[in-house]
Design a protein around this ligand. Structure first.
Ligand code: GRF
Length: 223
């Protein structure tokens, strides 16, 4: 497929901070079937908003502290997202729990990236948890977003071995490298219509994804 800009699927990326995954998505979009047409942050003045501005992508700050409750905040997000005729929502470090109304509205069209090998360690502090459990491996999961926090069907995972010298910081850095290598490709698969969610099961090319795709980094030849 040779994606021309007219055929590209409009995507919104939701962030709360640095936006390194947003940058990876921006960098990949020229060779993809998606076009990021909106970036939303629930926090004002975060670095990710500058990355969007530099790429000339429309931004919206929807400060959650100005809303009475989650429902009103999510309703405002729906209003803005739907105004932009968005077809795919990509959560990229968006640090808000979403209401069922929101997850239902975009069911099958919304992805998240989570820094653990789900179903292990949903929620926060995943690197700390993996170290405390003395896990031998750790990684990331890209999944469809459903009402269950970090609980939707997993599409892809990438793994790394934990070494005795690893720290929360070293794991975070290593996993982010893998995040940037994986997330844009999965967003592209969804934009191409090759991924779907039916009755809480993920499908790739109309076949049940019975286990997550495993990302294999290309072997690095050192000699
Ligand atoms: C990522 O590491 C992702 O796993 C988690 O939030 C982090 C966001 O980082 N969901 P960034 O803002 O994309 O740099």
């Amino acid at each position: 497929m040779n994606p021309t800009s007219q055929l590209k699927i409009p995507v919104a990326v939701l962030i709360s901070g640095t936006g390194s995954n947003l940058q990876a998505l921006i960098d990949f979009q020229a060779q993809s079937s998606y076009q990021i047409q909106l970036v939303i942050s629930n926090r004002p003045n975060v670095a990710g908003l500058n990355k969007a501005k530099q790429a000339k992508i429309p931004i919206e700050t929807i400060d959650h502290t100005l809303f009475a409750d989650r429902t009103q905040f999510d309703q405002e997000m729906i209003r803005i997202i739907d105004q932009h005729n968005i077809k795919i929502i990509v959560l990229a470090g968006f640090m808000r729990i979403l209401t069922t109304e929101f997850t239902q509205h975009y069911l099958g069209s919304m992805l998240n990236i989570h820094p653990s090998l789900l179903p292990k360690y949903p929620g926060l502090n995943t690197h700390q948890k993996a170290l405390e459990a003395k896990d031998k491996e750790h990684g990331l999961s890209i999944h469809f977003v459903t009402a269950e926090l970090d609980g939707g069907p997993v599409i892809q995972q990438a793994k790394l071995a934990i070494s005795p010298s690893d720290t929360v910081e070293s794991l975070k850095d290593a996993i982010q490298v893998l995040e940037h290598a994986t997330y844009p490709g999965i967003v592209d698969l969804l934009a191409q219509g090759r991924l779907s969610l039916q009755q809480n099961i993920a499908y790739l090319d109309q076949e049940i994804l019975s286990s997550p795709l495993l990302f294999e980094p290309k072997a690095i030849c050192t000699n």
